[in-house]
Design a protein around this ligand. Structure first.
Ligand SMILES: C[S@@+](CC[C@H](N)C(=O)[O-])C[C@H]1O[C@@H](n2cnc3c(N)ncnc32)[C@H](O)[C@@H]1O
Length: 263
């Protein structure tokens, strides 16, 4: 079983996340356990103060070391085995499908969610094992990043998804973006489902999906494509896609949505 303990000033946020969707299902199935520790419990005063002004001056407040360190100790004590303490921080290692497995190897993750200007650096020095970022932007707190870590790791656990094939076909799983998806009805405002998907020809459907995944990655994320060694069959599919893409207005329209030319 994978165990997560979030150190957070907002335990309700994590509790409601743990009661939703795939994470809830994994919890109920006994695949994961999710708990919280609130540093306010360890504050020195009756008001539950956990932040103070920064040394050296400047704006904002800093989360104090003592309540955080006691919260980390309490989180560690929840499990008999070793714990890995993660500080969610915009300055951490970028979280990607490639770096995520590093976190998957730990049975108990303690996820430290900062607030305000961040936490006293000495907590990082003394108690944190690794720092992770969910992207080059700044959020108000580490709870959303902690939920992103838990969600992404839980999807990878055997038995967590309804159908294991979903994760295998997702974007990044094989270095490519996912192919487009369609469901009923067959026509929406004059837009039909691509005929091949209605053909019942499984080989043709698989070929089309692979070609779409290659084509989309070429259009949207050439950086990902550059890292792959394509087979001869993939190269042929991509060449066909590129030849047809010049006349494909659906693809060109959607391209404008991601490169910002229609903003
Ligand atoms: C307002 S931020 C503090 C940002 C900090 N002053 C800095 O510039 O590096 C408050 C907290 O949100 C969390 N956080 C914000 N952005 C994040 C990101 N991109 N990835 C992970 N955690 C983030 C961290 O826990 C951080 O301590």
């Amino acid at each position: 079983m994978r165990r997560y303990t979030c150190i957070t000033l907002f335990p309700d946020l994590i509790a409601s996340f743990g009661d939703t969707g795939i994470v809830r299902r994994a919890r109920v199935a006994g695949l994961i356990e999710l708990a919280t520790v609130n540093p306010r419990t360890f504050a020195d005063d009756a008001r539950g103060t956990v932040d103070d002004a920064p040394y050296g001056g400047g704006p904002g407040m800093v989360m104090m070391a003592r309540p955080l360190r006691l919260a980390i100790a309490a989180a560690r004590a929840r499990q008999p085995g070793p714990s890995h303490v993660v500080y969610l921080s915009p300055q951490g290692t970028p979280l990607t499908e490639a770096t995520l497995p590093q976190l998957a190897q730990h049975e108990h993750l303690v996820l430290l969610c900062g607030r305000y200007e961040g936490i006293d650096e000495r907590v990082v020095d003394a108690d944190v094992d690794s720092e992770w970022s969910i992207g080059d932007f700044v959020l108000s707190g580490g709870e959303v990043p902690a939920m992103a870590v838990i969600d992404a790791l839980t999807r990878r656990l055997e038995g967590a998804l309804g159908d294991e094939r979903s994760a295998v076909e997702d974007s990044f799983a094989n270095g490519l973006l996912d192919h487009p998806h369609y469901t009923r009805p067959e026509i929406i405002d004059g837009m039909p489902v691509p005929p091949v998907l209605m053909s019942g020809n499984h080989a043709a459907i698989a070929r089309w999906r692979r070609q779409q995944a290659l084509g989309r990655t070429w259009r949207r994320r050439p950086d990902l494509l550059a890292q792959l060694e394509l087979t001869a069959a993939d190269r042929t599919l991509l060449e066909e896609y590129r030849a047809g893409a010049q006349n494909d207005s659906h693809d060109a329209d959607n391209q404008a949505k991601i490169d910002g030319s229609n903003r």
